[in-house]
Design a protein around this ligand. Sequence first.
Ligand SMILES: Cc1cc2nc3c(=O)[nH]c(=O)nc-3n(C[C@H](O)[C@H](O)[C@H](O)COP(=O)(O)OP(=O)(O)OC[C@H]3O[C@@H](n4cnc5c(N)ncnc54)[C@H](O)[C@@H]3O)c2cc1C
Length: 589
Amino acid sequence: MTTTAETTIKGGSWLFEDTPGDTFTPEKLSEEHRLMAQTTEEFVAAEIMPALPRLEAKDWELSRALLRKCGELGLLGLSAPEQYGGLDLDKVSSLVVVERIARSASFATTFGGQANLTVLPIVLFGTEAQKAKYLPRVLSGEIVGAYALSEAGSGSDALAAKTRATKQPDGSWSLSGEKMWISNGGFADIFIVFAKVDGEQFTAFIVERAFGGLSSGKEEHKMGLHGSSTTTILLQDVRVPAENVLGEIGRGHKVALNTLNYGRFSLGAMCAGGSRGAIGDAAKYAAGRKQFGQPIASFGAIKHKLGEMVARTYAAESLAYRTAGLIDAAIARSAHDGPSIARAFEEFAIEASICKVMGTETLDFVLDENVQIHGGNGFVSDYMAERYFRDARVNRIFEGTNEINRMLIPGMLVRRGLKGEVPLVAAARALQDEVLSASPQAGGDDAPLGAERRLVASFKKVALMVIGTALQTFGDRLETEQEVLSFAADVLIDTYAAESAVARASEAMAAGHPLAPLHEAAARVFVSEAATRVDTAARSALAGTVEGDTLRTLLAALRRVLKPAPLNAVRLRRQLAEAVTARGKYIFA
Ligand SMILES: Cc1cc2nc3c(=O)[nH]c(=O)nc-3n(C[C@H](O)[C@H](O)[C@H](O)COP(=O)(O)OP(=O)(O)OC[C@H]3O[C@@H](n4cnc5c(N)ncnc54)[C@H](O)[C@@H]3O)c2cc1C
């Protein structure tokens, strides 16, 4: 099953194209996708949300039972091969499921530990024998999996792990070491463990608790996610059969990174789903809560919050669906086996990191405003706002911290540019000639969202100006200029998000979608705010790169390139806020 038309779009290439091409949007979901969404939504409402108090009391038998139910519904093996009990569906199907599972962040973490972090490495890198042995039982929820990469001394620097694998005379392995913060750690049956063969070659292993020598530490006392198990995993001379090496010896980084590439995309999508749910809660509360004799939803300050929550969520969601469509199209063109699916994830690793940063930061913004709209009730545990706020904080920390992902976004783009995979160097040089020769900005497109399309085009120029100048100034040293890279990442994130939102809104308007005016409002508000952020980030990046007259010239060029049209965003935010308040839920999905 595929979701987008045949296309050969490559990761990061959107920065160099005038138009976004064929983008997948939530409005293009098939009947099958919608059915999957409905099944998940009903399951979450009927089975997971009522179970939260027991999960938070660490009833891991209930977590197991819920995973088995997920297995019965097919949710654990959405894109796993049918021959092992999977459904072999596209990534859009996984996206609609995780968006809805997100309603309960604790169970979503348990689910992610199984459906992404255990299933995926085996599907991508497992031998046929490993797939046949483990996948059917993991996909049915009969056994529970966990992903054991981090250690006390190696989190972001995961490849510095100290856990050791030593070959035994009979060809088996002995694993010793300690893993930390492992989701599902308290009750998992199998673990994807990363260890260094002879302390050097980073390698992945499938380790069963039943092998002996593996034990779970006590549950961590966390800020949130109290209904998800997080423990250390102690490995003491665990004997692992030779056939349980996952992938190749010394190539564990491939297993780890490709799992994370997909995990980041999935977490970003999950967060967009969480934002949607919280917008519904905030809108309902604002409609019901009266102060000064009227619902607080009628106050402009509250409308501003709701409107901004909707606009940012719209953009996060639009880019997640667009990315899913790109990955699906790449997989559809491939041989559909583990290595080619891993290559598709790698191809869109830049977009996956953008999805992670944008999704997690949008969710934190939305949940913070949700607490604020709830006032005192947002700070006490009688309402979900408080729990959601605590639960979400970790999203910016795991699956690669947002700082690490911010380094990766421009870093990967530059590497691809220097290898000639994307035309970064030529585009940056051409742009330099254009902006420094003070050519006027192209204008005149009065088509719907024409001003926003022009702004997106100017964001791309700004991104190239920032990255091109940094490359020219720092050369090989650029990777140590983290502040500049971070600012460049901010420009790239807003560019991809804005283009995705405008593409989706344009399609809704062209199709005469009943919600077209709201699509238009969301896209226009987002692009207008993004313009301010892009301007600030670009100024900071340029000021961290060059000085004196060169800086003055570039800032003048920036002013010429980035010229937002005047916009009454207050009116548009009110329109969005009134729509969510009237419906009592997020408007677009
Ligand atoms: C609830 C929870 C569940 C988890 N589940 C799992 C799991 O299932 N499996 C698993 O393997 N791990 C898991 N983790 C671990 C998680 O992946 C790590 O916490 C994360 O990778 C960050 O590592 P760290 O905590 O060591 O932070 P550090 O790496 O020490 O980072 C601390 C700070 O320094 C910054 N920093 C670090 N290096 C750099 C750099 N080079 N440049 C700039 N800034 C940098 C970071 O961005 C961060 O702000 C979980 C963690 C939590 C809290």
